[in-house]
Design a protein around this ligand. Structure first.
Ligand code: ATP
Length: 356
């Protein structure tokens, strides 16, 4: 089996410059067939540039882009088996839903018979749960419905790959969550490769099979969501995906030495100065007297989140920790007040160390 049997999209050493600006540098990425992949990173890191090079709206300055086994560097956008959905759906306001979805099919040469077009438009509208909305004008639809029309238009000509550039960014939170689930089901039903650009880490973690974390034009990690969260490749990823407590430590045999001279038991092989990263939910907080964690501090701030409470805890000579405590709603006395003295424990297997 050749690599192209397994991969729908491949970047081989791709660099893209716009004049003096290098948007992406030496990108190597192989997207498995039928996967839902999220490109995640802060504004300006090069996500959209990658998508546009697949779509055919930009050409690489160096390197090659493959779709299946075809090198597509010089292939015009309209000849690529991909479609793109944008944040601003770019629907035609003067056309009804059906004609918006049919538009691309009507442009195709050789011509497609009109009953075939109707059949495909009907099927696409059914996929996005908009059957019966064909005659509606675009302005008579909600934001979520408009987004689904844009999706129907993008899948109606059966692309191999669907590119989604922040397609949910304009929707409110509730609608976003609904649409996230719908997109996942749609991808499963269609069985085609989805590549989603987002700067929202929750969206990336919850929707995709694989997350590609980017920063400053480079890929920092490409892995399953759980792997990215549990074993961030570097401190950038640890910080960008989820919340992380960071602290400078010195690793010695059996212990980590902290700023105030305190030590924590540690079984890892690392030695010397390092930065420790620990997730807030891997730490435990208890009122002094009721817990016996190795660090003692006091609560400086509390954020109540219903099922969770997040505490900032200052430990003298060491620093401030963010600790997230799950609540079960059984104990009326479970919330700790700012100012209270607490002890801190942690799950030592959750400690990650990075070069200082
Ligand atoms: P955002 O989340 O804000 O959309 P992004 O991660 O998608 O950001 P890109 O749009 O790919 O980032 O941009 C990457 C870099 O390339 C940025 O520094 C951007 O300013 C630059 N850039 C993008 N398009 C052009 C262009 N047409 N001309 C010049 N510079 C560009």
């Amino acid at each position: 089996m050749s690599a192209s049997d397994l991969h729908d999209i491949e970047f081989r050493s791709v660099t893209k410059r716009y004049g003096d600006v290098t948007a992406v540098t030496d990108i190597n990425l192989a997207v498995p067939k039928g996967a839902f992949v999220a490109l995640l990173g802060p504004s300006g890191c090069g996500k959209t540039t990658c998508l546009r090079m697949i779509g055919g709206f930009e050409q690489p300055s160096e390197g090659d882009v493959y779709i299946g086994e075809t090198r597509v560097n010089d292939l015009p956008a309209y000849r690529r088996p991909v479609n793109m959905v944008f944040q601003h759906y770019a629907l035609f306001p003067h056309l009804d839903v059906e004609n918006n979805v049919a538009y691309g099919l009507r442009q195709q040469r050789p011509r497609i018979a009109s009953d075939e077009i109707s059949r495909r438009v009907g099927a696409a509208l059914e996929m996005v749960r908009l059957s019966g909305f064909g005659r509606r004008r675009i302005h008579e639809l909600s934001g979520g419905q408009q987004q689904r029309v844009a999706l129907a238009r993008a899948i109606v000509n059966k692309p191999k790959v669907l590119l989604l550039d922040e397609p949910l960014a304009a929707l409110d939170r509730k609608l976003r969550t609904d649409m996230q689930m719908e997109l996942q089901s749609l991808q499963r039903d269609l069985g085609i490769t989805f590549l989603l650009v987002t700067h929202d880490q929750e969206e990336a973690l919850s929707m995709s099979d694989l997350v590609c974390v980017m920063s400053a034009g480079r890929i920092r990690q490409f892995a399953r969501p759980q792997e990215v969260y549990d074993r961030p490749a570097d401190l950038f990823v640890a910080d960008f995906v989820g919340k992380t407590n960071k602290m400078t430590v010195t690793a010695e045999p059996g212990i980590l030495r902290l700023g105030n001279g305190a030590t924590l038991p540690f079984a890892g092989p690392e030695r010397g100065p390092a930065v420790l990263a620990l997730r807030p939910e891997a730490m435990r907080i208890a009122r002094v007297g009721t817990g016996d964690g190795p660090l003692v501090g006091h609560v400086t701030h509390r954020i109540f989140l219903g099922s969770l409470a997040e505490y900032s805890v200052a430990v003298a000579g060491v620093g401030e920790f963010l600790i997230s405590a799950e609540r079960h709603g059984l104990d009326a006395n479970d919330l700790i007040e700012p100012g209270e003295a607490v002890s801190i424990d942690y799950i030592s297997e959750a400690i990650r160390l990075y070069p200082a």
